[in-house]
Design a protein around this ligand. Sequence first.
Ligand code: NAI
Length: 361
Amino acid sequence: PPNLQMVEEDLGLERVNCRAKGASSGFKVAILGAAGGIGQPLAMLMKMNPLVSLLHLYDVVNAHGVTADISHMDTSAVVRGFLGQQQLEDALIGMDLVIIPAGVPRKPGMTRDDLFNINAGIVKTLCEAIVKCCPKAIVNIISNPVNSTVPIAAEVFKKAGVFDPKRVLGVTMLDVVRANTFVAEIMGLDPREVDVPVVGGHAGVTILPLLSQVKPSCSFTQKEIDYLTDRIQNGGTEVVECHSIAMVLCSSIMFESAFGCILQAKAGAGSATLSMAYAAVKFADACLRALRGDAAVVHCAYVASEVTELPFFASKVRLGRNGVEEIYPLGPLNEYERAGLEKAKKELAGSIQKGVSFVKK
Ligand code: NAI
């Protein structure tokens, strides 16, 4: 592929490079896994963010093509592409925020935990490079299973003696985005006005929506609570696969199995990418606004925490210039939520341990 940087220099477009090198008026952001299903729309949306002055797109495939494409957008961020392990460190030097959607997504029938074997190694390698090149960057981890990949990242940083629990954040924003949308649908509200705290982790029963704390205050029937909790916990699976024993037309692509009809929203081709890119950008933008010094930037995230007896937990956090400035307690839970919390903690404990052992072994 053409080396854009060289072409630009040949043409005397030094100003672009000066802008890329200087880039003092905004933040420097790297996306690792930028050519993937999440990475591409995420890169596009970050290129549209006026807080970003320099955008580094790294992947082990297609990084230059995606970079060429995104770089034609007439927004102010300068975009640079980095391909393959040998360019990883160049992609990371000087970054303020590193977003990691690298790794394999789920296919029908898989849990997030099934991704562990491949993604654990990818996240470990990427974090080792962050330790070397930009240990003070805020790190947003999207790669699943988030419940284990965040402990993996923390362990890599600890091993190198540079772990700052304020700076490593697992992205659970998609659970909040889904919860806001599904609650708004049921209550006939505008989703932008709804705020559902979603705590715990990012997989199945560890995703715990606190429907008793929804703003604006809503009262739900038990049937609605069961429906919403199940749909929020399994929103990812709804995208990955949509099983039905009847012939139902649910999306444009249909497969038949021996048991009847299995309709797959993504036809086995991946998991949530577009809504995830939206959620990732919402969260990354919050991190950048907090880095800039904005007050009262509060979102749910999966972080090192003392909110429960577990070393990592997702809950509302206040973001600031140093990352996570404050972690809020869970607030009053009803009986249903307390039971859900116990289930969530049991599963989370295993996932955290699995991540920690992976790096220690
Ligand atoms: P994808 O397969 O479309 O893209 C992944 C990208 O990562 C590919 O371009 C691939 O080349 C790249 N990659 C693989 N190994 C790499 C390495 N060592 N260094 C850099 N890049 C590497 O997958 P998709 O759909 O973008 O999903 C990515 C991850 O995000 C998956 O683990 C998925 O489970 C997770 N995910 C997380 C969500 C969350 O809420 N946190 C929601 C949806 C997905």
